[in-house]
Design a protein around this ligand. Structure first.
Ligand SMILES: [Zn+2]
Length: 233
């Protein structure tokens, strides 16, 4: 009887910890994406930087294309490359938080994930004259019960995405751009990773694909904006 009681209690705890955050996360995701869709803007987002092997190349390309993007940066990389953080800001792109060490909230101790989010927030604040960044993109887009409480208590604004071409997989620029363009319907947030920029080395990395994607979307009459610009509009 005691064993059944323990198993049931554990089941309830696991359910609360992993499954309960599913509904509020989906509600916040739908609300965020609805606002982006209504704006009609397209947001290009780059996760996991800054990185000396990708950030300068991305900034050059965005300048050439005259596009403003949103960079979700990890605190650890900001502290390693504060000059790149400043370069992103100087080019009038938006910066958002993405944790400190990019830990998965299901793969660590209950409070570690929330501590990681707070450390990521502090790293940005230190580079941003004491000001918080507005948006938080959750590492892996996931919450546990403790990080859910943090998000709700501190009223953190979560930034999601609805176009994920999985740019970390080996694919040609044509395949990568087709993967974005077939799912693209306007009012979208495209998820890309700085760390994947050179995944497809044989095809000059993903830079070629990003250029193709941006030019085709602009040709279809859409305008790119940062996440805050899109939501504000
Ligand atoms: Zn990430």
């Amino acid at each position: 009887m005691t064993a059944i009681y323990i198993v049931l209690s554990l089941g309830v705890l696991v359910g609360l910890y992993f499954i309960l955050p599913y509904w509020p996360r989906n509600y916040l995701r739908r609300k965020f994406l609805r606002a982006i869709k209504e704006s009609g803007f397209v947001c290009l987002t780059f996760d996991d930087g800054p990185n000396p092997e990708s950030t300068p190349e991305i900034l050059d390309l965005l300048e050439e294309l005259d596009v403003k993007a949103t960079f979700f940066l990890t605190g650890r990389n900001i502290q390693k490359h504060p000059e790149l953080y400043q370069d992103i800001i100087k080019h009038d792109h938006e910066v958002g938080e993405h944790g400190y060490r990019h830990v998965h909230p299901w793969g660590c101790l209950p409070f570690s994930a929330v501590k990681d989010l707070i450390r990521g927030s502090t790293a940005i604040k230190e580079e941003n004259r004491g000001k918080n960044s507005f948006w938080l993109r959750l590492p892996y887009g996931k919450l546990n019960l403790i990080t859910l409480c943090y998000v709700l208590l501190y009223r953190r604004k979560l930034a999601f995405w609805n176009v994920d071409p999985r740019d970390y997989l080996p694919q040609t620029p044509e395949q990568l751009s087709a993967s974005v363009l077939t799912h693209f319907k306007g009012g979208s947030v495209i998820l890309l990773h700085e760390t994947s920029l050179h995944t497809n080395e044989s095809t000059k990395g993903n830079l070629v694909a990003i250029k193709m994607i941006v030019q085709e979307i602009q040709k279809r009459g859409y305008t790119f904006a940062t996440v805050s610009q899109a939501i504000r509009e």
